[in-house]
Structures are given as structure tokens and as C-alpha cells.
Design a binder for this molecule. Structure first.
Ligand SMILES: *[C@@H]1O[C@H](CO)[C@@H](O)[C@H](O)[C@H]1NC(C)=O
Ligand SMILES: *[C@@H]1O[C@H](CO)[C@@H](O)[C@H](O)[C@H]1NC(C)=O
Ligand SMILES: *[C@@H]1O[C@H](CO)[C@@H](O)[C@H](O)[C@H]1NC(C)=O
Ligand SMILES: *[C@@H]1O[C@H](CO)[C@@H](O)[C@H](O)[C@H]1NC(C)=O
Ligand SMILES: *[C@@H]1O[C@H](CO)[C@@H](O)[C@H](O)[C@H]1NC(C)=O
Ligand SMILES: *[C@@H]1O[C@H](CO)[C@@H](O)[C@H](O)[C@H]1NC(C)=O
Ligand SMILES: *[C@@H]1O[C@H](CO)[C@@H](O)[C@H](O)[C@H]1NC(C)=O
Ligand SMILES: *[C@@H]1O[C@H](CO)[C@@H](O)[C@H](O)[C@H]1NC(C)=O
Ligand SMILES: *[C@@H]1O[C@H](CO)[C@@H](O)[C@H](O)[C@H]1NC(C)=O
Ligand SMILES: *[C@@H]1O[C@H](CO)[C@@H](O)[C@H](O)[C@H]1NC(C)=O
Ligand SMILES: *[C@@H]1O[C@H](CO)[C@@H](O)[C@H](O)[C@H]1NC(C)=O
Length: 450
């Protein structure tokens, strides 16, 4: 158990761009406590250990309103992610994992990301065992939304599910096996209704949602599944891996900007290739060298056999084009540069490409990854290291006072007491931080292979 908790890292899957204008101390301050632990549940009839948050599976809801200043104390696990500053992002390239029995507090302000999000563990395949929960950002009254206030708010967390736990699934991937078909689908942590007594055993608890006739409800649906599929595997040094441009990303042991701040070299390389390295895929820590206020074009070419979703932390990007076949320079002529939609996640169809433009207005280190959990685990990710060459601590936040150290900087970590239940109340006022955008064009053609 100790080993497992050593590597728990929660992150919130909220990665929409907003200008992180952290200001005006009058905005409300709210605290949440998320305690991560194992509980036993039998969602498909077989008892198994699942990851609960505050003893609940799915975890308890975070329900806030734009401009709130949040302090989220994560106990027994770490990590949270949103468009904020990358020190609060919750992936290995930005945060050190939190050891068992220790807590870490995320501090950030939610801005104009009105909508439905969820938090989840970002290390290994832990999300396959739970650890996720809803995160709602409501509009302030002065921000109109295009419908009347609903009579009720319903959260549905739906996803594929294995009766094997995350360590067993991880062992399969490490051994070069596909995960195979999931054992079922869970809705809000519960199994199927016994619609057929041959197919579904009796005694399974299923979700019931009560609605009254004539009333209107807002239903917030989250896909918390692994989205795993079968497909032809890349093999590097005899291991099953997934690649982006022929690079299968190797876990960072020291966060990127932390390493920079402490002048540690060799933690990562700024040599992510602009075009695919087709002949010889390799495992490396290749990161994209990007400049603050630049503009970047990323073309995702999906040469895999399954639908892929790609996500960039800390940003929303403009989806300027997508089509079947191979992307070529001429494809740029078809781009929609007029009213492209802004997204933080985009689909890339098998045998097709999707092109996005990103305005690099948020400095830091930001994870670009496959949303399919098995592909992510197998290395289909990289980071954009976005720095202001004239940085003087006015564009990028400095590390928070409670930053954790690990990897080559582990010697700087001085842990005091393990978690103590007495949650202290305090007020945190954000610091002013404004970002601007544009100029230059850096282009990447990303070949997704596996
Ligand atoms: C941390 O997780 C372990 C393992 O599930 C559990 O025994 C312990 O009670 C948890 N601690 C807290 C503070 O939730
Ligand atoms: C996961 O399952 C394996 C058996 O496949 C078991 O040995 C291990 O203790 C389980 N881990 C957790 C955290 O439940
Ligand atoms: C851990 O939680 C305690 C109690 O809420 C808090 O005082 C302390 O600052 C937290 N530690 C970190 C590193 O966030
Ligand atoms: C979230 O908070 C809003 C406003 O307080 C409330 O109307 C809504 O029912 C809450 N939703 C959930 C799922 O708790
Ligand atoms: C239940 O499922 C079994 C196996 O697929 C099928 O043979 C049977 O006809 C189903 N029963 C009903 C009532 O649909
Ligand atoms: C990535 O990190 C996790 C936990 O730190 C570890 O279990 C896993 O084996 C690592 N994967 C690779 C490919 O290094
Ligand atoms: C990263 O990009 C900047 C700006 O284009 C350039 O000055 C620097 O040399 C690059 N670094 C590496 C390691 O390529
Ligand atoms: C794309 O996949 C096909 C079929 O698997 C393979 O023949 C081809 O070489 C791949 N193309 C690239 C550029 O990797
Ligand atoms: C795309 O390029 C790959 C590699 O060059 C090739 O195998 C494939 O046939 C091409 N697909 C189309 C639709 O042209
Ligand atoms: C930025 O802030 C850090 C931490 O406060 C400090 O060590 C560093 O010297 C500052 N850098 C500049 C350029 O002011
Ligand atoms: C930091 O640099 C910006 C220009 O890049 C300048 O406007 C600002 O005044 C500088 N801030 C400090 C504290 O030197």
C-alpha cells in the first residue's frame, strides 16, 4: 500500500484557457479537503479496492463559481490541474508526487471556465481504479448564460471499468499486452441494471436519478473511462510503447520549471522534432521549446487505428482544420482562420489529421497528451516549455511557497508533520497576473503511432 500511495497524483481535468487574472481580493475564498483512500466496492459484483475521495466513489463534488479563490487540500495523494499557472497543474512535468500521509494545497482562482469538469489521478493508470470526482464552475449572476436556471443539477460520471485494479492493468501494459475488453461500464460508480439475468448477476447496485415531470435539469456528463482499444502495438527495446513523432515520452522525475529555476540541466531535452522520426522510434524526455507570446501550429496526424483525443493543459487552442488522409503543406489552404472554435481537447480520427493553432500566452511547462489512458501511460505525450526570454517574474508565477521537491532536487524537500486533520482556515488573496499573446509561427506535425 505504501508504494501505491507514494505515487498517487491527482489532477483536475480542467484545462481550458482563461486569462489567469488573479486579482481583487474581494472575490470569495473557499476551501476544499480531498482525502484520498481505498475503499472496497463491488460495482460489477466482484469486490475490489477502488480509490475514493472523502470516502466516496466517485469522489465528492467541488462546486464553485467564477472568480472564487480556491484552496484545495489534497491528502494522501497530490495534483490538480486547470488553466492556472503550471505550478498548480498536477502532472509529473510540473509537480512532484506527494508521499503517503502527506498533503498538498493547490491555490488558484477559477476564472471564466464556466462548465463541468472533473478531477482525477494523473499517475500511471490510477484513474482506472477511481480517484475522480466532479468539479463544477458556475457563472456569477452578472454573467448571462443562454438558458434559464434549471430546477436541478445532475452529474453523471460514466466510463468503462475493469475488475482488475490499476496495478494489474499497468502490469499488463508493462508486459506488452493490450488491456482487452473492459468488464463493464459504470455510471456514478455503479454497475448495470439487471436487464438480463444471464448477462448481469443479481445484487448489483445501479444508479437511479430522480426527476420530476415538467421540470428542467442540467445534466453534466463526464467520460471518466480509459477509452482503451485494441490496435497494432510500436515496440521499443522489446517494450510496448506509444509515440508522438516517434518519441515515446519517459516520465520526468524532476518538474521542468523547478529544474530550470535551480539550474539543473539534463532533466529534459528541448529537442522535440518538428516532423516525425519515422525510422527509429525512441524513448526520451524530448520537450517542445516554445516562446511566450509565440504562436504555434500543431498538426495531429493519426496513423493509429482508433479515434484519439488530444489535450493541452493550461490552454485552449483554435481548431483550424481536420480532414481524412495525410496532412500536407497544401492543407493549410483549407484552414478556417476566421471563426475557428476554441477547445482544450480535440478529436483526431484514425487515418486523418487535425490542425490547431495555439497562442502561447501562458508561460510554464504544459502537458500535451493523448486522452486515451493507456496511450498516455505508454508515452504518448510531451510538454511545451513556454518561457519569456525577458522573464523578470512578471509573466510567470514563481514557485509557490509550498512547492514540493523531488528527483535531482529531492534534497531540498523537508517534510514536517504528516497530515493532521485540523483544517486551518485562512484567507488567500491572489496576486495580479496578466498575460498577452501573439506573433511568430512555430509549426509541429505530430504523428500519432502506436
Ligand atoms: C490514506 O490512505 C490509506 C490507505 O487507504 C488509509 O489507510 C489512510 O486512512 C488514509 N489517510 C487519510 C488521512 O485519509
Ligand atoms: C491489485 O490487484 C492485485 C492482484 O491482481 C493485488 O495483488 C493488489 O493487492 C491489488 N492492489 C490494490 C491496491 O488493490
Ligand atoms: C496540509 O494541511 C494542513 C491542514 O489543512 C495545512 O495547514 C498545511 O498547510 C497543508 N500542507 C501543505 C503542504 O499544503
Ligand atoms: C452546485 O451549486 C449550485 C449553486 O449553489 C447549485 O444550484 C447546484 O445544485 C450545485 N450542484 C451540485 C451537483 O451540487
Ligand atoms: C439474455 O442474454 C442471453 C445471452 O445473450 C440471451 O440468450 C437471452 O435471450 C437473453 N434473455 C432475454 C430475456 O433477453
Ligand atoms: C512512470 O512513473 C510511474 C510512477 O512514478 C512508474 O510507475 C512508471 O513505471 C513510469 N513509467 C515509465 C515508462 O518510466
Ligand atoms: C529555444 O528557443 C529559443 C527561442 O527561439 C532559442 O533562443 C533557444 O536557443 C532554443 N533552445 C534550444 C535548446 O533549442
Ligand atoms: C502508417 O501506418 C501504416 C499501416 O500501419 C504504415 O504502413 C505506415 O508506414 C505508417 N506511416 C507512418 C508515416 O508511420
Ligand atoms: C499516408 O502516408 C503514409 C506514410 O507515408 C502512407 O502509408 C499512407 O498510405 C498515406 N495515406 C493516404 C491516404 O495517402
Ligand atoms: C524571481 O523570483 C525568484 C523567487 O522570488 C527570485 O529568486 C529571482 O531572483 C527572481 N528573478 C528575477 C529576474 O527577478
Ligand atoms: C518586467 O518586464 C516587463 C517587460 O517585459 C516590464 O513591463 C515590467 O515593468 C518589468 N517588471 C519588473 C518588475 O521589472
Amino acid at each position: 500500500m505504501g508504494m501505491f500511495w507514494r505515487s498517487v497524483l491527482l489532477l483536475l481535468g480542467l484545462n481550458i484557457a482563461l486569462l489567469f487574472v488573479n486579482c481583487f481580493g474581494a472575490d470569495p475564498f473557499v476551501q476544499y479537503l480531498l482525502k484520498v483512500s481505498y475503499i472496497t466496492a463491488s460495482p460489477l459484483g466482484t469486490p475490489q479496492q477502488v480509490i475514493a475521495v472523502n470516502e466516496k466513489f466517485p469522489g465528492s463534488v467541488i462546486n464553485v463559481t467564477t472568480n472564487y479563490n480556491l484552496e484545495i487540500n489534497v491528502v494522501n495523494g497530490s495534483g490538480i490541474q486547470m488553466r492556472k499557472n503550471s505550478w498548480q497543474d498536477g502532472v509529473l512535468g510540473t509537480n512532484c508526487p506527494i508521499p503517503p500521509k502527506y498533503n498538498w494545497t493547490y491555490r488558484f482562482q477559477v476564472k471564466d471556465q464556466i462548465g463541468s469538469f472533473f478531477y482525477f489521478p494523473s499517475l500511471n493508470l490510477q484513474r482506472a481504479s477511481g480517484g475522480f470526482g466532479p468539479f463544477i464552475v458556475n457563472n456569477r449572476d452578472i454573467i448571462p448564460i443562454p438558458f434559464a436556471a434549471p430546477d436541478g443539477d445532475i452529474v453523471i460520471m460514466i466510463g468503462d471499468w475493469y475488475t482488475r485494479n490499476h496495478s494489474a492493468l499497468q502490469a499488463d501494459l508493462d508486459a506488452g499486452k493490450d488491456l482487452g475488453m473492459p468488464d463493464g461500464v459504470l455510471i456514478n460508480g455503479k454497475g448495470p441494471f439487471q436487464y438480463n439475468s444471464t448477462l448481469v448477476p443479481s445484487g448489483i447496485d445501479y444508479e437511479i436519478i430522480h426527476v420530476d415531470p415538467g421540470k428542467t435539469y442540467r445534466v453534466r456528463v463526464h467520460n471518466v473511462g480509459l477509452l482503451t482499444r485494441n490496435g497494432p502495438p510500436v515496440t521499443i527495446n522489446g517494450k510496448l510503447r506509444a509515440t508522438l513523432n516517434g518519441i515515446s515520452f519517459v516520465n520526468l522525475t524532476t518538474p521542468i520549471r523547478l529544474a530550470d529555476q535551480h539550474n539543473q540541466e539534463g532533466v529534459y531535452k528541448l529537442d522535440f522534432p518538428n516532423t516525425p522520426l519515422i525510422e527509429s522510434p525512441k524513448m526520451d524526455r524530448s520537450v517542445i521549446n516554445a516562446t511566450y507570446k509565440g504562436f504555434i501550429e500543431i498538426v495531429f496526424q493519426n496513423n493509429d487505428t482508433v479515434m484519439q483525443s488530444y489535450h493541452l493543459d493550461g490552454y485552449s487552442f483554435f481548431v483550424v482544420g481536420m480532414n481524412y488522409g495525410n496532412w500536407t503543406e497544401d492543407s493549410r489552404g483549407t484552414y478556417n482562420k476566421w471563426d475557428a472554435i476554441s477547445r482544450s481537447t480535440v478529436q483526431v480520427y484514425p487515418g486523418a489529421w487535425t490542425a490547431v493553432y495555439v497562442s502561447l500566452d501562458n508561460p510554464g511547462a504544459w502537458n500535451l497528451r493523448a486522452e486515451n489512458l493507456d496511450r498516455w501511460y505508454l508515452g504518448q505525450e510531451t510538454y511545451l516549455r513556454i518561457v519569456n526570454p525577458q522573464e523578470n517574474n512578471s509573466t510567470e508565477m514563481v514557485a509557490p511557497e509550498n512547492v514540493r521537491y523531488c528527483g535531482v532536487l529531492a534534497y531540498l524537500q523537508h517534510d514536517a508533520e504528516p497530515y493532521d486533520d485540523k483544517a486551518a482556515a485562512s484567507i488567500v488573496i491572489g496576486r495580479p497576473q496578466i498575460f498577452f499573446s501573439l506573433l511568430g509561427l512555430l509549426s509541429f506535425l505530430m504523428l500519432i503511432t502506436r
